[in-house]
Design a protein around this ligand. Structure first.
Ligand SMILES: Nc1ncnc2c1ncn2[C@@H]1O[C@H](COP(=O)(O)OP(=O)(O)OP(=O)(O)O)[C@@H](O)[C@H]1O
Ligand SMILES: Nc1ncnc2c1ncn2[C@@H]1O[C@H](COP(=O)(O)OP(=O)(O)OP(=O)(O)O)[C@@H](O)[C@H]1O
Ligand SMILES: [Mg+2]
Ligand SMILES: [Mg+2]
Lengths: 188, 151, 151, 188
């Protein structure tokens, strides 16, 4: 699996669409002044991977991730984050990620998983002010479990060691001996 | 499951020893199982010895030494189980120039197997990136992504 | 004692509003007593509004904005009750260049009434200091103080 | 009160004597590579002001502040920190800081507190591996309370807001509303 693209709209300070293309290999640096929205990008990725705790997204309630307005813009009614991944080697087929419900996603999906070369997987999460939250794979609504399944075995998830939040790098060390054991177990 | 843990532990420990030396430019890092005989689910202890110093408890390390030791552990975990991508949010803030250089070089060499997204204020770290995005707030409160360089 | 608190609160609140504006280059900061009518020992809430942004809870601020808001509060406390000296250990680490400049200038102007000892890796902060000491470990594990510049 | 000098010997990584002169006004910057001993200077000041918790000095037990040896040096048996202060305006007289016990400090003390110009106050703390701990003012052993009295009314102490440890600047904000009230009360 390789990350290709991150798109955010209505998510925190991204009232206008934010769009970041990621190279297949290499390092992508994100820079900018204090408070401009860099850590919001990292929050967006943790969120689309299924983060359930508003507190670890630096908010009080999950609704805090929806654009809250500025002096000159009204608050928005929905937050959406989309990440596009490419499955490089034809692993096990994901099946067709059957959704439930009748979401009207962008629907084009990708080449099916039977090994005909790299295929794109589009993972999306939406939250409405009403509290309704939808997950989508390739445009079709699905459960959170379906998204977690895509990343199963890769060690990736909202709270995995692969996402180091600002100011928290020392936490890998400071946890109790048993927490450190869990870290190794996670990787095993 | 115990056997799997043991195998992972050995491999990650080896990886930690290597990445510790390349990040600190010397010294010795090691993972130890506490009380293995007594408790099969024993916790893990981290031993860090920056170059020229005595072996000591990770609590006594300085801010920068702690960050570097944590990064060495992270790298060892990735070597054992490469995750598709990794996000590092200003992990280089406590590091001095020499350690930022070693960190940036390490991340670049790891980026063959894992994609790294690095949020940073440090010019040295920016220089080693293959793609650079700026986030601005020309309109107050509204973030905008600007692609600065894309190789 | 309540009267004394009230008087201190008013003065520190005023100081916070001023230091917030000079550290952020604008915006508005304020201290509020929660539920004053209901509870004479009410807690204090901190409201921070970086320039151009809406009033919000300090939790939603970015890492750099939080550090700057905390420093504004510290300066307000010092203005009300100058302490003989103050030690700041790498408080400028999360700040971008523009904010480091404003912070360094603020500390310099405060240093007429309070002595500041600032531990830093930032060249901008070093430049505003009137005395500069280096700590080295030529012999591994042994700290040595070297006076770099003493005006 | 103005801080004039900090001397450390046997304290953490200062096996050789460390000596820092502080200008009457202005900013003193302390710089150096990671792990060289900068934060140990800040710990030394918190310690001589009476810090009782080993944990907030980043150790497990108070003995951890005594130089622990390196590959080529043996551990030392004692840690000592001395700070020299000048009392600029002739505040209330401190009395003569009557000590208890027979410590053999540097004894010259300073001009007495009756206003004949600035006087120096020398505050010292020593800890032996045996666990014995001594406080001294102007070379004469005293109680911790005597040291706290010098700084009474100035807001200074080991845990005062005047000492911001590494990585903890955000803590001034993040405490609960009642903690913030205490901060204001401390200053009142
Ligand atoms: N729901 C929301 N609606 C609008 N703006 C939001 C929302 N949530 C957070 N923000 C804004 O996002 C900003 C913080 O962004 P972020 O933490 O990403 O900054 P940063 O670029 O990481 O800065 P630093 O370099 O200081 O860490 C805050 O100023 C806050 O106002
Ligand atoms: N009792 C002790 N005896 C000997 N050395 C000690 C003792 N306690 C701490 N140290 C050493 O002091 C070093 C840490 O110093 P300190 O935290 O002051 O570094 P620093 O200059 O602040 O670095 P950074 O820039 O990374 O924050 C550790 O490497 C540790 O080995
Ligand atoms: Mg940030
Ligand atoms: Mg330090």
């Amino acid at each position: 699996l390789k990350l290709r693209r991150i798109e955010m709209i209505g998510f925190k300070s991204f009232s206008d669409k934010g769009d970041i293309l990621i190279n297949e290999n290499g390092v992508t640096a994100i820079v900018g002044p204090n408070g401009c929205g860099k850590s919001n990008v990292s929050d967006a990725i943790a969120w689309v991977l299924g983060e359930q705790s508003a507190k670890s997204l630096r908010g009080e309630k999950m609704e805090d991730v929806i654009f809250n307005g500025t002096r000159s813009r009204a608050p928005m009614g929905m937050a959406q984050v989309t990440i596009t991944l490419t499955e490089t080697e034809p692993e096990h087929s994901n099946g067709n990620g059957n959704g439930n419900g009748n979401g009207n996603g962008n629907g084009n999906g990708a080449a099916n998983g039977n090994g005909h070369g790299p295929r794109d997987i589009v993972v999306q999460r939406r939250l409405y002010r009403s509290g309704e939250s939808i997950y989508l794979i390739d445009g079709r609504p699905c459960r959170l479990r379906d998204i977690q399944e895509i990343f199963l075995g890769t060690g990736l998830g909202p709270n995995s060691y692969a996402i180091i939040e600002q100011g928290r790098v020392g936490q890998l060390l400071s946890s109790k001996p048993h927490d450190r054991r869990t870290l190794i177990e996670e990787a095993a | 499951c115990r056997r799997q843990f043991k195998e992972a532990f050995e491999a990650i420990n080896l990886g930690f020893q290597e990445s510790f030396v390349s990040l600190f430019g010397g010294g010795h890092g090691e993972l130890r199982l506490l009380d293995e005989a007594a408790d099969p689910d024993a916790g893990v202890e981290i031993v860090a010895q920056p170059p020229g110093k005595k072996l000591q408890n990770v609590l006594l390390l300085s801010g920068g030494e702690k960050a570097l030791t944590a990064l060495a552990l992270l790298i060892a975990l990735f070597r054992y189980k490469p995750s598709p991508f990794c996000i590092l949010d200003e992990v280089d803030a406590p590091l001095d120039d020499a350690n930022v250089d070693r960190f940036a070089n390490m991340v670049r060499s790891m980026s063959q197997s894992t994609q790294f997204i690095v949020i940073t204020h440090s010019k040295r770290t920016m220089e080693t990136a293959s793609a650079l995005y700026g986030v601005t707030m020309e309109e107050p409160g509204i973030s905008k992504i600007v692609s600065v360089r894309l190789n």
